[in-house]
Design a binder for this molecule. Structure first.
Ligand SMILES: Nc1ncnc2c1ncn2[C@@H]1O[C@H](COP(=O)(O)OP(=O)(O)OP(=O)(O)O)[C@@H](O)[C@H]1O
Length: 259
């Protein structure tokens, strides 16, 4: 899966995405470096989820190029091919676990969908993935309704890692978690990045996550990336929306990450 090891895990060039007469992504260009954690910020309704979903092929684009791990993905108005699915794992905003399946079955779902393997091997892989995200083998027997918010996110992350992807997409992974659980989840993501060499594309409003976890932060406004760089550079950006976002009242506690 990682035979070529390109410099950029994701390259988006001149991307346009819209619905009817509404243009959401407007000639957007963005490179995500292999092995980095990139945080994407933007106004509510500004198109962060649309951008993420377009990259993974869930929303068709009007024009532009998308390259993932060196391979071009789909084409204009074309959805992604099934074979690309193993390149990435996705953690959607609500965790989106299957409520009628156990935790173990949820983690095994991508294996069943994409590979042919024996049940004992799938059980072994599920146990390993649960351990990777800080859960015990016996947690595999629980149902989603029995889990805390933090555990649900961990299970969803274990499922996203099931196929050993090079990239994980996280849509607001810490939303709904208390600050301690959110901090623990941030630490987990950072650890996985380091130990697995993962590239992480993270949509978030969580200023602490941006400050502590992200190598770079990209700001989406007016359908484009208007600023990108380490947090300390974003804090110095002169773009009006970026200034309002990071220097508004709610952001005043933010301190730049020591480098
Ligand atoms: N499937 C769709 N059909 C039509 N319009 C859509 C669709 N998906 C998203 N949109 C519109 O695209 C715009 C961007 O939505 P998106 O969900 O990407 O925002 P966001 O930046 O992720 O917001 P938030 O931070 O609130 O989650 C919104 O105006 C939304 O209504």
């Amino acid at each position: 899966m990682r035979e070529e090891l390109p410099e950029f895990a994701i390259r988006v060039h001149d991307l346009v995405v819209g619905f009817g007469r509404q243009i959401v992504i407007d000639h957007l260009t963005l490179d995500v470096r292999r092995g980095e954690i990139l945080g994407l910020v933007g106004a509510s309704g500004g198109g962060k989820s649309v951008l993420m979903r377009t990259i993974i092929g869930l929303i068709p684009r009007r024009s532009g190029d998308i390259e993932v791990m060196g391979a071009m993905i789909g084409g204009a108005n074309q959805l992604v091919t099934q074979s690309a699915a193993g390149r990435w794992g996705v953690l959607f905003q609500q965790g989106a676990l299957f409520s009628s399946l156990t935790v173990r079955q949820n983690v095994q779902f991508p294996l069943r969908e994409n590979l042919v393997m024996s049940q004992p091997l799938m059980d072994e892989i599920a146990t390993a993935k649960l351990e990777m995200v800080g859960l015990k083998p016996e947690d595999g027997d629980r149902f989603p309704s029995e889990l805390s918010g933090g555990m649900t996110k961990r299970v969803a992350l274990a499922r996203a890692l099931a196929l050993d992807p090079a990239i994980v997409f996280l849509d607001e992974p810490t939303s709904g978690l208390d600050p301690i659980a959110a901090g623990e989840f941030d630490t987990l993501i950072k650890t996985l990045q380091k130990t697995l060499g993962l590239t992480v594309f993270m949509v978030t409003h969580d200023l602490a996550s941006l400050n502590v976890v992200c190598d770079r932060v990209a700001a989406l406004a007016d359908g484009k990336i208007v600023a990108i760089g380490p947090m300390r550079e974003l804090l110095q950006s002169g773009h009006p929306w970026v200034r309002a976002y990071f220097h508004g009242k709610r952001s005043q506690m933010l301190q730049p990450k020591a480098s």
